[in-house]
Write a new protein. Sequence first.
Length: 118
Amino acid sequence: MYKIAIVDDEQEILNILERFLKRNFEVVTFINPLRALESIKGGNFDLVLTDIMMPQMDGLELLKDLRKNNCDVNVIMMTAFDTINKALEAHEYGAKNYIKKPFVSLEDVLNKVNIALK
């Protein structure tokens, strides 16, 4: 079973995604990106869904730090803001996809997760 880390500073987003994705995957949620970073570097995660805009560390910094530490986990960025420049930069660092919040549908999220895991 694939293991997914979800990193977001909004507990409601974590709850919604965890309830939906845990039907098909092992899911671990993190409200604090710094704790997430340490767990992801030390764990066997197959995919990270991370918000871009978070107070302690933004998702782009999280992605860059993972790459700097040779952590080759798949990453999908999420954001409620229209940050095209950040999305392009995330792609340069190997992000597999980009999900706009609020989600169009949870099925769309699941489709992007499945594509990233192939």
